[in-house]
Design a protein around this ligand. Structure first.
Ligand code: SF4
Length: 415
């Protein structure tokens, strides 16, 4: 009986050529591996997308319905090579090609779910927490994610502008506020800036004496690993302590090229943490999340945050129930190395900041015993007696028979 070759899973073929859609098989490696070529040849228009994928009627209708203020479409040829050209349910495809469900705004959905506009102190600078700020350095991304928290402002939407002249204003604000010790540069994707512009921005910030750490949030290693060049890492490594939060959502993103990009960054001494958005039909099972977290650790990226998807207008079809996220964390905690377990958070709508959400492992208290539940659902008691030197007093003979006995009654601790 003839045996069938197993199909290479999308995104994991070690030979990048086997992953390329037919239209790009003839492209010279020198071009394919050039990030400027990737940016120039991104898929943006319906006719380009139709050449790369078999689009369904719903996808075509949604693309045609995008207006001037809608989040645009951009997919680098490299990232397009990770997408199943035939299957609209392909996890990565769901996050990049709109469906008509995106056109419906459900109750509770907002255009600025995290209330960033209210905390904007100078153009492009959000100051919410006393000791740290968010600097939005650019409005451009290599790909546009349909679940983006900043879909109102990236890709040229709604008249937001991100100019280099604003960086000086932001730096002046930080310099005038000695309580600020940490800046997160985001956007848009800051690693889409040219090396000399990044150098200029990072240099401006590093010159502020009280600024201790600089961080960048980016999706570039997942969607355009060609951008992580030796020249770029040479720029970044000048500004230690410098951290990078990399955005990965699915194990199929962890191609040999993406892993090598992360390794180049790690070799430059840059601590890497991952940020993952929990998305329906993309990564909302414990198996997929475990595979992603293990793959990230192998690529020297420490899983950092798992985000509940923000209630952005038109995102209902991509959001899961919070209970699904809690189950995923429960399936990881104790079942795998602790480094592989991210903190699951909800960004509280309206500007409340990140609130951790986790399964309940402290189930109650009996007298001085804290009752704990472990990963295998077994109960244990911990003597919470720190600092006590005397023995507990024997119950008095005068105590009424029906007095409550705290030492044996399990008091539930409210989560
Ligand atoms: S890369 Fe980041 S900022 Fe850009 S669209 Fe995706 S989530 Fe939004």
């Amino acid at each position: 009986m003839a045996t069938q070759e197993p199909q290479a899973r999308i995104g994991t073929a070690s030979d990048p050529h086997t992953r390329r859609p037919a239209a790009w098989r003839g492209v010279a490696d020198a071009d394919w591996n050039d990030w400027h070529w990737q940016a120039r040849n991104s898929l943006r228009r319906l006719e380009q997308l139709e050449q790369a994928f078999s689009l369904g009627d719903d996808e075509k209708a949604a693309i045609s319905a995008l207006g001037r203020n809608s989040l645009p479409i951009a997919i680098t040829p490299y990232y397009a090579s990770l997408i199943d050209a035939e299957d609209p349910a392909c996890p990565i495809r769901r996050t990049l090609i709109p469906s008509t469900e995106e056109l419906h705004t459900a109750p509770g959905e907002l255009r600025d779910p995290c209330g960033e506009d209210n905390d904007t102190v100078v153009p492009g600078l959000v100051h919410r927490y006393p000791d740290r700020v968010l600097l939005l350095a650019t409005g451009t991304c290599a790909v546009y994610c349909r679940y983006c928290t900043r879909s109102r402002m990236v890709g040229g939407g709604e008249g937001y502008s991100f100019q280099r002249e604003q960086w000086r204003q932001a730096a002046d604000y930080i310099a005038a506020h000695p309580s600020i010790r940490d800046v997160l540069i985001s956007g848009g994707d800051p690693l889409l800036l040219e090396d000399h512009h990044l150098d200029e921005l990072l240099g401006m910030l590093r010159a502020i004496p009280h600024l201790e750490i600089i961080r960048i949030g980016t999706k570039i290693p997942a969607v355009m690993p060609q951008r992580i060049t030796p020249k770029l890492t040479a720029v970044l490594r000048k500004y230690h302590p410098f951290y990078l939060s990399v955005h990965f959502i699915h194990p199929s993103e962890l191609t040999p090229e993406a892993v090598a990009a992360c390794e180049r960054l790690a070799d430059a001494g840059i601590p890497l943490g991952s940020q993952t958005v929990l998305l329906k039909g993309v990564n909302d099972t414990p198996q997929i999340m475990r595979e992603l977290m293990h793959g990230l650790l192998k690529a020297r990226v420490r899983p950092y945050y798992l985000y509940q998807c923000d209630p952005i207008a038109g995102s209902g079809h991509l959001r899961t129930a919070v209970a699904d996220g809690v189950k995923i964390i429960e399936a990881l905690r104790g079942h795998t190395t602790g480094y592989a377990v991210p903190t699951y958070v909800i960004d509280a709508p309206g500007g409340g900041g990140k609130v951790p959400v986790s399964p309940h492992y402290v189930v109650g208290q009996m007298g001085e015993q804290i009752v704990l539940r472990n990963y295998a659902n077994q109960m244990y008691e911990y003597p919470d007696t720190a600092g006590r030197t005397e023995a507990p007093q024997a119950p008095s003979d005068d105590a009424p028979d029906d007095a409550p006995d705290d030492s044996s009654a399990l008091r539930m601790i409210r989560p």
